[in-house]
Design a protein around this ligand. Structure first.
Ligand SMILES: [Zn+2]
Length: 286
């Protein structure tokens, strides 16, 4: 049954005017709904539960990597930045980059280290303060409040933002306005058409609003391309990676280890077939 009482999302965030169908993926907030036009999966969580889960995640540490994971995170961020520079055909020093939802500035810090002219905007006060204290150029607030000039940036990055929004097209349109023609918008989000989702269904941790505050809207390569197209972008590249068959603590240790080995092997094919659960979509302003 579809619970319509004060739901945070009542229509497809991709912008389809199509009925929502119930699925067999049952979360604590109710079964995930699927847009009958584009396949987008959406949570039935209430508006109150959504805002509560978002507040739980405003802490000063933000998205700073845990100790021991800094190098891995640096390499991951560098691969995104290398790809942006390649698509733009510009050197880092020439690229004016804005990280929207920059949190405590982990990605911005890497961009600055690599020579990019990078700045950020972040609504969560504590995380933004951490980034500012580290000497990064960060404005606290929403992108729409920052009123950047038209065509001011060559590249914009949006990590872990789009899966939170009721109307992501509005944010993409603002990104488009402040990007120069041919500029690149990189969106990082989960991939609901991944093998991890196929294997774990509702047990995939990414879907959990308790573990990932505010995750309510789940994209596939197809639905995100459609959203981009509706906001005036073309797809320049889509990259996915990561396969998991069970979450840690969700199955016996030995099985977890075997599943992890199998997943590492399958990672190569997942990347080739866009079936990885971490998705990076490079959109180009048309
Ligand atoms: Zn849709």
């Amino acid at each position: 049954m579809i619970n319509t009482e004060s739901r945070y999302l009542s229509t497809c965030p991709v912008g389809c005017n199509a009925p929502l169908e119930t699925t067999t993926y049952v979360l604590p907030e109710g079964a995930l709904l699927r847009c009958s036009a584009c396949g987008q999966l959406i949570s039935q969580c209430s508006a109150a539960r959504y805002w509560q889960s978002m507040q739980e995640f405003d802490d000063p540490k933000g998205t700073l990597p845990e100790a021991g994971l800094e190098q891995r995170r640096f390499r991951r961020s560098k691969s995104f930045l290398d790809q942006i520079a390649k698509l733009l055909g510009q050197s880092p020093e020439q690229i004016r980059l804005l990280d929207v939802g920059c949190s405590s500035g982990a990605f911005l810090n890497t961009a600055v280290k690599l020579g990019f002219q990078a700045e950020g905007v972040e609504p969560a006060p504590k995380a933004a303060a951490t980034a500012q204290a580290a000497g990064l150029n960060v404005r606290q607030g929403l992108l729409q409040e920052a009123s950047y000039a038209e065509g001011q940036f060559d590249a914009i990055t949006l990590f872990e933002v789009i899966e939170h929004l009721q109307q992501p097209a509005e944010l993409l349109q603002e990104c488009r306005r402040i990007l120069r023609p041919g500029g690149i918008l990189l969106i990082g989000t989960g991939n609901a058409a991944s093998w991890s989702m196929a294997a774990m269904g509702a047990r995939w941790e990414y879907l959990s609003i308790a573990k990932h505050g505010g995750h309510v809207s789940f994209f596939s390569p197809e639905s995100i391309a459609l959203l981009g197209q509706r906001a005036g972008f073309g797809v320049a590249a889509i990259r996915t990676r990561g396969v998991r068959f069970c979450e840690k603590g969700d199955c016996a240790t030995l099985i977890h280890r075997i599943a992890k080995l199998a997943a590492e092997f399958l990672n190569i094919f997942a990347a080739l077939l866009n079936k990885g659960h971490d998705m990076a979509v490079y959109l180009k302003k048309t």
